[in-house]
Write a protein that binds this ligand. Sequence first.
Ligand SMILES: [Mg+2]
Length: 373
Amino acid sequence: MKITKIETFTDSKFIKGVTLVKVTTNTNNFGWGQISPYNSDISTEVLYRQVAPFVIGADISNLNELGNLIDFVYDKQHKFPGTYMCRALGGLDTAIWDLHGRLINKPVCDLIGNCKTKKIRVYGSSMKRQITPADEVDRFKKLIDDSGFNAFKFRIGSEVGGNLDEWEGRTEEIISLMGKNFANIDLLVDANSCYTPDKAIEIGKILESNGIIHYEEPCPYWEHEWTKKVTENLDLNITGGEQDNSITIFKKYIDEKIVNIIQPDILYLGGIDRTLRVAKYASKKNMICTPHAANMSLVTIFTLHLLAAIENAGPYLEYSIEGEDFYPWQNNIYYDYPKVDNGYITIDDKPGWGIEPNKNWLEKANYKMFDGK
Ligand SMILES: [Mg+2]
């Protein structure tokens, strides 16, 4: 079973949107994957220039050998490591997993591992810093009433903010309000690379005294020693890894206990195969993996299946609570967006990723194809 054609459909309206990738074989099997949002048009160019020429004709009969193909391409392009290569590979990898699921009529999670459960708890993930603390509390309360959410993440500091808050006092106010209002809810925060170690520890103490259990990306993510200092000086879980795409760096995070919980993003890291390598390495070292999945494109579906299948899955799936105002590009890409019921999403028995691309979305997208001819 050899790859004969790669097709891509790139959001034509929103530059922040995604690219869907379709891989077809000489046996007329096919699968759908996705390239991560944000400049997916550029990642798609990389797919055609630096990935597709090396994989047309490749035999993908054995899913256990997918990693060799991914490494072969990555090694061929060793002068171009980094996010765009990994994003392009992520589109290819996720399409091949879907293809294999469709081939044997099983959901991808069953191909990845032995699923103990297909009912996955979610945490509602806020992406907003412009929202007032009071409005954020109201939003969470409504989601608890409507869909039974029992865990949330909110934002503190400002993004790569050099210790500055979104506005003065917002961080202290939102931590205190959340702690008071949601004593029985798991509360997580994300600082998105805001703080120096001393400031991060100072804020961390406030988080601990308000019952927050997960403190994501407290320091600029590339400053490993800074993050490690925070981890060593606080009791709550320090988490990170979403921005990284080097498996070597992930091993360093895990070996040196820079964080307590590792958070790869499947589509930033290069797909399921590469993410599994990180998750399994973490598992060997007794570290939990709670991947990053910050929008309702297919990354959330991919992460849902991964969490069901890995041994060291964190307690919940990241589930964005943002709608059209924040993510206008994420609607109607595929049919059957997963819905939260009583705080959980259940994976059904549909093959592959269990979704089909939305025909209207495909028709409006920018189409490209490569078959090696
Ligand atoms: Mg984050």
